[in-house]
Design a protein around this ligand. Structure first.
Ligand SMILES: CC(C)(COP(=O)(O)OP(=O)(O)OC[C@H]1O[C@@H](n2cnc3c(N)ncnc32)[C@H](O)[C@@H]1OP(=O)(O)O)[C@@H](O)C(=O)NCCC(=O)NCCS
Length: 186
């Protein structure tokens, strides 16, 4: 089971709780996703997000019972203000690497919540029997997010040209970044 010890984390202007997501968080996660679709770097548009609470609750419960999957939420006040979703395959030749996505509600950004979620994932990965490499993909124009990932130890390993078409019709590269969380073998 992919799980972390719940923690109260000090962030700029207060404290947030960081814990493993549970099925009951589905409503809050959907609300956060809907709020995020208005944001310029979102990869999906509002009518492309699933609003099915039961479907998401089942997906979250499945993640919690999958040792290769970590799903975290950050709670500010009474609401879910951030999510992080990491998944790695189970097959032996590829189970050492996985990928994550992260999003923080607009009004909660820049307070250290993204950093806290990513650090929680990294410490979980360091204690994991298989995970060695964490990777992510980010729009090339999302320079602030790239700066954050570099500060946390991620480095660019590849770039795919024109992977995204943005609302204004322009194309944007996908920057693939990674971090080895344990001494690298082979
Ligand atoms: C990128 C993101 C996850 C970072 O989380 P966060 O909680 O804002 O990050 P932290 O407060 O821990 O760290 C702050 C740093 O995040 C980066 N950052 C990226 N986008 C930011 C934003 N919109 N507002 C504030 N900080 C942002 C900056 O590097 C900032 O450092 P700075 O203050 O020196 O500029 C968050 O801003 C977010 O959800 N953005 C929109 C969705 C997104 O870009 N997801 C990542 C796709 S790969």
């Amino acid at each position: 089971m992919a799980n972390i010890e719940p923690a109260q984390v000090p962030v700029k202007g207060g404290t947030v709780a960081i814990r493993t997501a549970r099925g009951g968080d589905a409503v809050g996660v959907i609300a956060l996703n809907r709020h995020l679709t208005s944001w310029e770097f979102s990869l999906v548009e509002l009518d492309e997000t699933s609003g099915d609470v039961q479907e998401l609750a089942t997906e979250i419960e499945k993640a919690v019972s999958d040792p290769q999957h970590l799903r975290l939420v950050a709670i500010g006040g009474e609401s879910i203000v951030g999510t992080l979703d990491f998944a790695a395959p189970g097959k032996r030749r590829i189970r050492h690497r996985g990928r994550f996505g992260i999003a923080i509600a607009a009004e909660w950004r820049g307070r250290g919540i993204g950093t806290a979620l990513i650090n929680a994932m990294i410490s979980w990965a360091r204690g994991h029997p298989h995970i060695e490499k964490i990777r992510l993909g980010v729009l090339a124009k999302n320079t602030r997010a790239i700066a954050l990932y570099e500060r946390l130890g991620f480095a660019e390993e590849a770039r795919r040209a024109g992977e995204f078409v943005l609302g204004d019709g322009t194309y944007c590269d996908d920057v693939m970044m990674c971090m080895w969380v344990k001494p690298r073998g082979g």
